[in-house]
Design a protein around this ligand. Sequence first.
Ligand SMILES: Nc1ncnc2c1ncn2[C@@H]1O[C@H](COP(=O)(O)OP(=O)(O)O)[C@@H](O)[C@H]1O
Ligand SMILES: Cc1ncc(COP(=O)(O)O)c(C=O)c1O
Length: 275
Amino acid sequence: MKHQKKIALINDVTGYGRCSVAVELPIISALKIQACVLPTAILSVHTGFPTYYIDDYTDRMKPYMENWKENNLTFDGISTGFLGSVQQIELVLDFLRTFKKEGTTVIVDPVMGDYGKLYSSYTEELCRGMRHLLPYADVITPNLTEACRLLRIPYPEDGRTTLAELRDMAGALSGLGPEKLVITGIHCGEDIGNYIYERGAEPQLLKTKKIGSDRSGTGDVFAGIVSGIVVQGRPLIEAVCTAADFITKTMIYTEELDLPHNCGLAFEEFLTELK
Ligand SMILES: Nc1ncnc2c1ncn2[C@@H]1O[C@H](COP(=O)(O)OP(=O)(O)O)[C@@H](O)[C@H]1O
Ligand SMILES: Cc1ncc(COP(=O)(O)O)c(C=O)c1O
């Protein structure tokens, strides 16, 4: 019998700025998977804008999840991202214990910060809590800042790392739970790298040319594509190559449009090319 896959997306809904659900939902749909949203917060614009309105969804998550349980919903994938409060760690753990079944792939994007700094709505306590999700994760996609936070090690000066350090970090992260992981946004001169680690295999640093200046939302485009492709049952390396190539294309186009750095990637133009 034919089966269309479903991913539960535990992430924020942000009205403007192209991040989280606004990006991941269309990408996952384009990958022919149904995306089912459990909101963690509702924001007017993302936290990279000078001001933002945030409606923390913590109190409503429990009845929302309870209703999904009552309706016996099941998911082939669970993808977690931006969290609105430290109390949400317990709620997400509850969700994972209930909905992670044999064959469910859990992807944790431990959204916390960038360039060695936390996003403005994040607290130290919330970052410590993020680590508790790792034992349930099959795949995680931290950037270097988030990898350092999870491992409780300092962010390297200027974000520079060696291959030996990346290997140690990836091994230590995998030791906290996930069998597979990607450390994203590695500075490699003119290039940007993704360090791909799968337990028992030789790690790989996949480099692509860095386009323009840094922009918000790249991590969410990356997490959306990786979640969709991994849940389709395809290899992580293929997911990472597809995500990196897609981001390169959309970055070039976004630069041509000369969009402000906090308006995310103009991915809509290329959405139908995703497979
Ligand atoms: N300027 C860029 N040019 C080309 N690819 C980029 C660029 N910025 C990000 N990417 C791609 O997007 C991925 C995720 O970006 P990253 O900045 O690590 O995410 P986050 O928003 O979570 O910090 C990178 O690993 C890389 O493949
Ligand atoms: C509300 C919200 N969601 C998600 C993100 C993650 O964005 P990125 O894809 O750049 O990691 C941010 C970062 O500013 C944010 O403010």
